[in-house]
Write a protein that binds this ligand. Structure first.
Ligand code: COA
Length: 261
């Protein structure tokens, strides 16, 4: 949907055959993935109806730039098996991480807590002056690639935040190139007051009004966010989201990749 609506992240789609495709791979255009180590920008998504067709697509000449570190997102378990087999044969190290997927059937399901919030907090959108704060606080942030990625998200996708009386963000949420709510965060001193709930409510309405599904991925050990998603009415899906990092050996990876992955 993002590709059809102006393609702000500069992605393109490969299929095994057309029109009766059995496997789909999305990838960034060459001019987007210019830094061989930047797996934040170098994001792919995979879907298949036929695993052999997906394997063939992944290993077909030119489908993947094997000079680069990259990640593949997929909701099907065998996306990881295919990566391990095909990238492994090319001498790549593969780092999978697994997330729960939460989908909200309708934004009207969310309880509106806005009347209980501190009226001094002002609702706003994120802007590029907030990039450093998001990069510093994001679990997967803290490097120059993540900084560029957050900058791109803020410029290209719907975002929302609460600003305190001094105009500093205290809680925020943003959607990513796959339409997922991501990088949600509340400063520790403001947690438990309903800010994240209120932002989810407002962002979900925005996303729904634009015709996108409302969903997000949550780490398996992030119990506060899982409780919050459930409280807000999100439904946990049976499929897990796999994000598979592919890195040539030796790789140039941020410290958080190991040993968590
Ligand atoms: C997860 C996170 C974003 C939640 O932000 P938050 O602003 O504290 O969220 P809320 O206040 O809306 O909800 C948190 C809790 O407060 C409760 N709550 C909601 N509205 C409330 C209100 N008006 N008064 C009191 N409590 C309230 C919620 O039920 C929830 O309860 P729980 O702690 O039992 O789960 C925050 O903990 C955070 O930044 N964590 C680190 C980053 C992170 O994990 N991000 C998510 C990545 S997927």
């Amino acid at each position: 949907m993002n590709i059809c609506r102006g393609n702000p992240a500069g992605h393109e789609v490969l299929v095994d055959s057309w029109p009766n495709f059995k496997a789909v791979l999305t990838r960034p255009r060459k001019e987007v993935a210019t830094d061989n180590s930047d797996f934040y920008a170098n994001m792919h998504a995979a879907f298949y109806r036929d695993l052999d067709a997906y394997r063939a697509l992944l290993s077909s000449p030119g489908a993947i730039n094997w000079a680069q570190t990259f990640r593949i997102h997929g909701l099907q378990d065998s996306v990881y098996e295919a990566s391990r087999e095909i990238a492994g044969a090319k001498g790549f190290q593969v780092y999978p991480s697994t997330y729960l997927v939460y989908l909200l059937p309708s934004s009207s399901a969310i309880p509106d807590v806005s009347s209980k919030l501190d009226p001094a907090m002002r609702l706003s959108n994120l802007d590029v002056s907030h990039v450093d704060l998001l990069n510093k606080t994001w679990y997967y942030g803290g490097n120059e690639w993540s900084r560029r990625y957050i900058d791109m998200l803020i410029r290209s996708f719907p975002s929302i935040c609460f600003l305190d009386a001094a105009g500093h963000p205290i809680s925020w949420n943003i959607t990513d190139p796959f339409g997922a709510m991501s990088i949600g965060y509340t400063l520790p001193e403001h947690r438990g007051c309903g800010y994240s709930s209120a932002l989810c409510f407002i962002l979900a309405q925005k996303i729904q009004a634009q015709g996108y599904p409302i969903y997000g991925n949550v780490a398996l050990d992030n119990h506060p966010m899982q409780r919050l998603q459930q409280w807000l009415g999100f439904q946990r899906q049976t499929n897990l989201c796999r994000i598979i990092l592919h890195s040539p050996v030796p790789g140039n990876l941020p410290a958080w990749v190991l040993p968590d992955f």
